[in-house]
Ligand binder design. Sequence first.
Ligand SMILES: Nc1ncnc2c1ncn2[C@@H]1O[C@H](COP(=O)(O)OP(=O)(O)OP(=O)(O)O)[C@@H](O)[C@H]1O
Ligand SMILES: [Mg+2]
Length: 306
Amino acid sequence: MDPKCIGFLYLGETHTEFTALARCLSAHGIESRLIDLTQCRSIQWDEYSLINVRECRGYHRHPDFSSKIDDLKSKLGHVPMTNSFSVIRAAIDKANYLRELELAGVDLIPTVWLKRGESITLEEIIGKTGWHDFVVKPTVSSKNWNAYRVVVNGNEIQIVKADINMSFRDIKTNNVFTDLMELCDVCVQQFMPEIFSRGELSFVFIDNEFSHAIRKTVAPNNWLAHEFFGGNNEYYQATANEISWAEHIFTKLDQKYGDFLYARIDAIPDNRRLLLLECELMVPRLFLNEGHALERYVQAMKKRLI
Ligand SMILES: Nc1ncnc2c1ncn2[C@@H]1O[C@H](COP(=O)(O)OP(=O)(O)OP(=O)(O)O)[C@@H](O)[C@H]1O
Ligand SMILES: [Mg+2]
């Protein structure tokens, strides 16, 4: 039998998990090759037994990402792509899959969906929602790109990006929001203060089954549960209730989009229940080491090789 090879599409920066993953695949006699998505014109796709898109971190900074992926669909022939094209198409935009989940009755963190160029001001949003602490983020984004927290105190407003803190005496005297609205579709979400005390929980699914959970914490003087901004990631022993909450959401995704090699469901708990923050279905970090799940992930990939 020919040795098998998996092609990992990437955009210049892989997950830190990649080296360990490639080593583990190699121990199973499977070769891993990185394929730069921006330079893949002359690739012989039929040399591959599987194409994996999960290393395409930073896709939101490549405006032609979707068209490149669409272009691949016609070229791959019988070589499978994972997660599938239909998952990728839905997962790129939170306004797509996340809004569908909300409409299907999933407990999403209260969210307002806005279209690029829509004529609405921050004051109108505050008036409409009654929120004085909320997050504004592009619907196509990752790694907190262009996400900021807005804290309103009377007529004063504080806008906090990951690393910049701006204060305005008058809500009207800033154009951070209008600039973003000119750039892209946006979602505005009520800020969940429980993230400071309880963290953000990530439920990782491998091969269509719950595998493990991770708790991400926020560093002092920050608001983002992200290791890049000083947060920690730790293994989390999820309760049976929490797992069935995540499974309920996963089932909805599974029914709609079919097979998942991997999926991650992110939630923030309030004092009563879990609320969905987002699902990472395309390029998630899976915390395979923390969840002792590397071997499980490799076995799941093996099942999908042609
Ligand atoms: N409604 C919210 N309440 C509290 N914190 C939030 C909220 N929305 C976003 N955050 C913080 O911002 C981070 C990034 O938000 P989110 O996961 O929705 O966007 P993303 O662009 O997909 O980013 P990433 O790729 O880092 O996950 C979250 O991990 C969390 O720390
Ligand atoms: Mg996230």
